[in-house]
Design a protein around this ligand. Structure first.
Ligand code: NAP
Length: 377
């Protein structure tokens, strides 16, 4: 039995991880962490009986006083989980940057990491991957695109892989003009044609920021140069990504658009189990389209890749500015196209630091959020 910790158990990936666990043998829910959704956490405690939970605010501890569970809180609590010798596997499904230090600590403690959270590699990819290498820890991606690439590379040496092709559905505004996009509200951006996800990542899909963050993640996870990572629009979301090999072969991973499959694969890697039943995929009659992304219409994709290429603190700057702008948009404080204005201005007005320490990365992250008056939901 492996002791599982789910960071962000009340979110979209967190709840789907628990659904996967319901149908999988060999895992014990050892600890759960949540933000502010204490009502859902209570239900999860009743069902899964974890030994420990970690919540965002100390003031909510009183809500859990009648439950037979140890309660930790905030980043210090996440750090305590990372250092708990009983924990075996961490599913990192928190949004934002709250778990980055805890993930690094868990890697140092040689825990297995199943990673959904994008900010970990976007902000601190060099540090995270170096720490993983030094400690001989594999970071198994949960993101469907990176899971697809991992599956295509499985049992093969990376030396034969020439290029990574990351697919993008194109989001809800694929066929809209920029004039139309200017007037879109949060409800329009949250209306994703293929995937059901948390709000922040769904807005990131509508700007193609999500794809930019995924390119940065792929660069770190698979040690590929940015010039050998290609984004392709694939509106059907059937091919979750593919790998081009030196002999001209392409391997693709396909299936229904369900996060249950990559979540389960990350937990059981490299084995496969029947597990949770998703709708079965039938390739007959399916048309697959692959289109060049329109970088004029979605300039934040190009900017993300440029920030990734520059390295240093640039990806963290991009990430903090974007997250701030997305929450402002979700709170109806700015228009849709203001998101890119804020991100471009912030990136252009901040100087890079090469080979930053984790402290320097967090310092700039904090400064940008403060300067842009970050208001989370
Ligand atoms: N959803 C997807 O299909 C998907 C796919 C690939 C990658 N990802 C990535 O996976 C991560 C999670 O995405 P999601 O869609 O599952 O997000 P989500 O639904 O918004 O869930 C986020 C989780 O993080 C918790 N959380 C947020 N802020 C916190 C804080 N300050 N302290 C402690 N916990 C906090 C939330 O707690 P409360 O809800 O209790 O406040 C919730 O459990 C993101 O980085 C996303 O980019 C998601």
């Amino acid at each position: 039995m492996q002791n599982l910790v789910i960071l962000g158990s009340t979110g979209s990936i967190g709840t789907q991880t628990l659904e996967v666990i319901d149908k999988l043998n060999g895992f014990n829910i050892f600890a759960l962490s949540a933000g502010k959704n204490i009502e859902l956490l209570k239900k999860q405690i009743e069902k899964y009986k974890p030994e420990i939970v970690c919540i965002q605010d100390e003031k909510d501890i009183k809500e859990l006083k009648n439950y037979n569970v140890k309660v930790l809180f905030a980043k210090e609590g996440l750090m305590e989980l990372a250092n708990d010798e009983k924990a075996d596997i961490f599913v990192v499904a928190t949004s934002t940057t709250v778990s980055v230090e805890a993930v690094i600590a868990a890697i140092k403690n040689k825990k297995k990491i199943a990673l959904a959270n994008k900010e970990t590699l976007v902000m601190a990819g060099d540090i995270v991957m170096k720490t993983a290498k030094e400690n001989n820890v594999s970071i198994i991606p949960i993101d469907s695109e990176h899971s697809a690439i991992l599956q295509c590379l499985n049992n093969l040496e990376n030396e034969y892989a020439k290029r990574l092709w990351i697919t993008a559905s194109g989001g809800p505004f694929l066929n809209n003009s920029r004039d139309e996009m200017q007037n879109f509200k949060a409800k329009d951006a949250l209306n994703h044609p293929k995937w059901n996800m948390g709000k922040k990542i769904t807005v990131d899909c509508s700007t193609l920021v999500n794809k930019g963050l995924e390119v940065i993640e792929a660069h770190h996870l698979f040690d590929f140069d940015y010039d050998n990572i290609k984004v392709v629009i694939h509106p059907q979301s059937i091919v979750h990504s593919f790998v081009e090999f030196v002999d001209g072969s392409f391997l693709a991973q396909m299936g229904v658009a369900s996060m249950h499959i990559p979540i389960q694969y990350a937990l059981t890697y490299p084995s496969r189990f029947e597990g949770i039943k998703t709708d079965s995929f039938n390739p007959i009659g399916k048309n697959l389209e692959f289109l060049e992304p329109d970088l004029e219409k979605f300039p934040l994709l190009k900017l993300a890749i440029n920030c990734g290429k520059q390295g240093g603190i640039m990806p963290a700057i991009y990430n903090a500015a974007n997250e701030t702008a997305v929450y402002k948009f979700l709170n109806n404080q700015i228009n849709f196209l203001d998101i890119e204005k804020i991100v471009f201005e912030t990136v252009e007005n901040t100087n890079n630091i090469t080979n930053p320490t984790l402290e320097e990365i967090f310092e700039i992250d904090k400064k940008i959020r403060k300067d842009l008056a970050f208001i989370a939901e």
